[in-house]
Design a protein around this ligand. Sequence first.
Ligand code: ASP
Length: 593
Amino acid sequence: MAVGDMARTHYCGDVRVSDIGTTVTLFGWVQNWRDHGGVIFIDLKDREGIVQVVFDPSVDKEIHSRASKLRSQYCIGVTGRVRHRPEGTVNPNLKTGEVEVVATRLEIFSECDHLPFPVEEYVHVNEELRLKYRYLDLRKPRMQKNLITRYRAAFAARRYLDSEGFIEIETPVLTKSTPEGARDFLVPSRLSKGKFYALPQSPQLFKQLLMVSGFDKYYQITKCFRDEDLRADRQPEFTQIDLEMSFVNEDDVMAVTEGVIASIFKETLGIDVKPPFKRITYSEALKRFGSDKPDMRFSLELKDLTEVAKRTKFKVFSSVANNGGIVFGLNATGCADFSRKEIDDLTKLVSIYGAKGLAWIKVKSNELQSPIVKFFTKEEMNEILKILDAKAGDLLFFVADVPSVVYDSLGALRLEIAKKLDLINKDEFNFVWVTDFPLFEWNEDEKRFEAMHHPFTSPVEEDLEYLESDPARVRARAYDITLNGVEIGGGSIRIHRSDIQRRMFRALNISDEEAQVKFGFLIEALKYGAPPHGGLALGMDRIVALITREESIRDVIAFPKTQKGVCMLTDAPSDVDVKQLVELGIKVIGNKK
Ligand code: ASP
């Protein structure tokens, strides 16, 4: 790599003791500038790290004088001799901490204006400002490391899938709606005025068609687009490692997925994650952990008290338990000394999930302290204490409600107590498969069933007969992969018969006509020798965020959007010329903010 007659010999971060006595040429940005008794020192930084460069007037007056004009983030080239740092100035925290480069040549390629924020690692900068000047933000070592890790993760996935015989095939971005439960982004067509493409919510339908074509093992690392309402840490465009295979069952897809994940963790963190991963059914996950993405790094399991609750005279419990609801408890071991305020805060937490109250019992060595103990007989109380394995010093919590409220609220309470008690090992990577999902989910607002995964997921064979008569009991051949309580991917064995696909659409209240208009091409394709097939997609952004220990996926995406879907850097989405709208046959109506 050369600029004019200056050719780079090293990255800044790669200069070592073994280079002492040689001449090196480096390109980079001035990170730090200081003058010590007439000698100028700078930290020169590039993507691989930092090295100290010295401008000594006794070596070269003219270069020293030009170096005195350097400022933060100037882009420069330096040639110089590598020497040992003088005694007492060695920096053991730097890979290049034992050496420095005495400059014999300096080229200033670009000066740098007054910076909107210091390009230094640990200065807190408002995120919108970081995103507006993302190219400066990305100069920070942490961001460079994150994007390099992301690249290495994608590379490891590709290498593994290639070694397993997978072929990467691109699918269209301008396409027709592929439902994954979100709103579509639409793109107006100029050539077919008044018509629209949809950006893919995933490559789902195309990858299934590729199976019909006989590609057998497909993958793609690709962008997906979902126009969702503001939700924490989502991006309107995000990346999936998407794969599909023919002639497979659940175990086959899971094994390949585990291989992809193992390769990624080995490549990026040097960790062996040791498949096969644990498996738990959806219903067990809810009952034991109150979540379909259980964090199983700690136990603190929920316990079912519905049977005792049915028998007790305590109305709050018995009326729920006898009317289709459930009563579950959680033993916060050793928390009997929680204050009133702490319990009030936890009550507020569960109310977010719809719980109307949080009953509690403090187990002291000689008594039970609780507003509800008096409502139970001694036998009932003993039974409850036994189920919860209660000992002196424990604090027991209870929620009685419809199942979804009980699971959500106690699931959240479980996580909160684990945090409070410091039960979570932050260094652990705990992978869990969740299986046996229901095929449908009831949408109370729209009073109809929705596909829990997507409408192309195969029902479990023996449940097929209930597709029309009792959809709620039909299980799906679907599986999710979770890591430390976060869903990082999901997939299913698909429907490969057009008659079953039609029945599935009907069960979803999609008429034959509507199904024909929206998915006619798929139903048709399934008639021409479609192989049994299945697959899965992993959320690339989320996985890299977990690997780099970033809280937000925005920190592992080069140019992310804000939570409002705005690109601070380019100002997208933005107004367009009236002329463009006319060409598209589009008239904008409604409020323009
Ligand atoms: N298309 C699905 C999704 O985006 C993944 C799959 O079923 O393979 O969640």
